[in-house]
Design a binder for this molecule. Sequence first.
Ligand SMILES: [Zn+2]
Ligand SMILES: [Zn+2]
Length: 657
Amino acid sequence: MPYYLAERDKKIVVVSALGHLYTIAGERKGRNYYPVFNFRWVPRYIAERGATQIRTCIETISKLASEADLFIDACDYDIEGSVIGYCVLKYACGNKETISKRMKYSTLTKEELEKSYAELLPHLDFELIKAGGTRHEVDWLYGVNLSRALTIAARKWSGKYTTLSTGRVQGPALKFLVAREKDIRSFVPTPYWEIKAEFKINGSVFEAEYEKNKIETKSESDAILNMCEEEKGQVEKIVVRRFQQKPPVPFDLGTLQSEAYGLFGYTPKRTSNIAQRLYLEALISYPRTSSQKLPPEINYEAILKKLSKVHKYKKLAKELLAKTKLKPREGTKKDSAHPAIYSTGELPERELHDSEKRVFDLIARRFMAVFSEEAIKQSMKVHIKVNDHLFYLRGRQTLKEGWLHFYEPYVRSEEVFLPPIKEGQTIKVKKLISEDKFTKPPPRYNPSSLLKKMEETGIGTKATRANIIQTLYDRKYVREERMVVTNLGFEVLEVLEKHCPPVVSIELTSELEERMDKIQAKREKRENVLMDTVEILKPVVQELKEKEKIIGEQLSNAIKRAKLEERIVGTCPVCATGKLIILYSRKTGKRFIGCTNYFKGKCETSFPLPQKGSVRPHGRNCRGCGWPTVQVRIKGKHPWTLCFNPDCPSKKERRKK
Ligand SMILES: [Zn+2]
Ligand SMILES: [Zn+2]
């Protein structure tokens, strides 16, 4: 466990924690019982298996603390950091939380750390700590009771152990997904027709859309085609509109996550991990913020000057520095602890990974863009009349680039140039196109849109949402990027909705979030929130216990089906009715692929599989032969796709070479 020595007005020892060193545990040991309403805070190595490093860390801190006469908490200034620092001071240092001072900063640059050390806050932020502690306690009460109830019910029925989890926020998040999944499955697509016309103007062809987006019947669509084909159109009017596009607002964590998802396909969790690394190297400010404000104290000018040393930002930064006044455009969201995410102007001391480079650049450009001017655009809508039918030809042009020029790699260009056209002009219809389409179901959530939904409905916090989404994947309640709810996900939610609707209620969850926030503002008492939590949970857990048998049966069957589902590789290409599945030989224990129709005595198709590493269905078909494939993973190697078809043409080609 390393620590560092520094010399200022006196000798300073700097020692770090490893995230949370303390956590909540039930007063009674073991995991095989519920309900659990009595808890205490304990070192993590006592409550969690494998947390052995934590012991060394706590011992080191305790030893150093015994020789110290002054304590300063310099953990991240937010709800989690404050709880971490408080627990270390209270438990590892021996009740030093009341005399400790606090450093507050938003970047890890040398200047800001020096300043924050010189201007120490006189004491810890006890309201924030209380609010944070309560969150942990409430979440623990929900998680431990509900997850144990489900896990124990399933195990008692089947005799097999599978961790089933749900939590205060996880249940409601799953509920959003299930509701959407049901909408999608019950959606009945209706046909409609879409008509476009191609016009020839000055030798070039332009596509115009019909006045009505959706035409309900084929006969109506045909009639329009008959009326307009081979005809001439007349430009009836041209509507030109000029409008402004304001610069974007600075990034808070949520908008950074959603932008990085849209641009790079990074999950919210990945983005927050990358941002955390950039923050630790002092390249950006504290990322877990909900602020969209950039106060002048961060010194815009100094940051831009530093950024101007980077070749690709040089011109842009100089342009901003030449302005008489630097004023950022800001959003409405606030955060009392930190400003919005911004570049510190510090430059990386090592070669950044590609993903880090991308996020770094995105934040730097966003930071500059907010100081720039609005863009001015012009849209043009040309109304063309063909035998009483109206078509619209649209153009779009940027007149003044403004901030677009700063944020340019990350904005889609929407320029559509039109040739010079005059009202009254006659133009020829070159071709009419009618496409038959179907109305589409609502889209599935992806990690980014689910995170947004959670934000909007006020469930979870910026520090926890991304992890909760990851847990839904880890527990196999959802799969794929466009989140598909698995049977297991469906059944778990069904059990919860049927037997304990309060724990998946969106309203109750967001109400509880609000009350926990109020603790921080001294408008709510920790004791009341905890007491009410227990009151909600008591009858719920009681009901789960009484119905343990039915619930156990339902969940066990769902787990069994889920495990089978995981082994299905695809449709059998030989009999076309069975499914190919990964099986284990009774005799040798070796794995292979077989057809489910074998058990009905109908198909004997089977293929060998590699025995090393792990094999799982890939979900994609082979490009060479169209058969389903599996993915093989061996530790230390890149996973690869295996086509097990011995006659696959792509294999023969390779052999010839
Ligand atoms: Zn078969
Ligand atoms: Zn193949």
